[in-house]
Design a protein around this ligand. Sequence first.
Ligand code: NDP
Ligand code: 8X3
Length: 255
Amino acid sequence: MTATVFITGATSGFGEATARRFAQAGWKLVLTGRRQDRLDALCNELSTSTEVVGLVVDVRDRQAMEAAIASLPPSFDTLQGLVNNAGLALGADAAQHCDLDDWDTMVDTNIKGLMYTTRLLLPRLIGHGRGASILNVGSVAGNYPYPGSHVYGGTKAFVGQFSLSLRCDLRGTGVRVTNIEPGLCESEFSLVRFGGDQSRYDATYAGAEPIQPQDIAETIFWVLNQPAHVNINSLELMPVSQDWAGFSINRTAKA
Ligand code: NDP
Ligand code: 8X3
């Protein structure tokens, strides 16, 4: 039986690169995203080498997710892989200057969208059983604080804890769970975060030799292709150029 992987957020960055990597290995694909033009173009391209279904759907919309998943053809009744990748950061200002709508969007996408997708697909993953995998895309922001991370980091901390707890609940099903936690990676992530500001995007990556989406795709492919008795619990990766800044001490009288 040909293996199938369901990838959220396949219209750019990690998700798109991951779709290409799995297609190259002959896996069947279910790809999601909101931008129909991009999803159609990718599905058309990859359908020359494998079976692909594109679902134009917003992960925040629970009913739309239910309907989209229910519409899958019978050949997708079981899934070997779920890559919960769709997500975003909005802004990097200090918490006291942030827009609550942006915070809602990050929670709704990175937490609730991931939650909905996981719950709705669990029966299909359990149906596959031994060798099935859920791969959640967390972040170093879920492990370490930095100024301007606040809610984004909080959502990724949720992803880490949810992943660990899922492993306990899935005991005996054969379904594996992994949280990958990347650091600085070059993708549209930073254009989205900075409201399309190309100069801030350029400044984020200048001279840093950031991780590329293809690097993440290789990592995800490796995780899902481990022997069925091996579970990679979490995997944190950073570019060599990135490390930790150390503790910060404010020495003004006010603080
Ligand atoms: P991109 O912005 O390139 O890709 C994000 C993807 O998520 C797009 O395909 C987008 O598709 C999709 N998406 C966003 N919101 C929604 C939504 N509401 N419903 C459905 N799809 C949605 O960023 P990356 O590839 O870099 O990011 C992928 C994941 O990796 C995210 O979870 C991010 O937090 C995480 N990450 C990124 C890092 C980085 O430095 N780049 C580092 C660590 C983690 P569309 O707009 O078409 O809906
Ligand atoms: C994205 C990585 O360091 O910008 O999750 O938070 S970082």
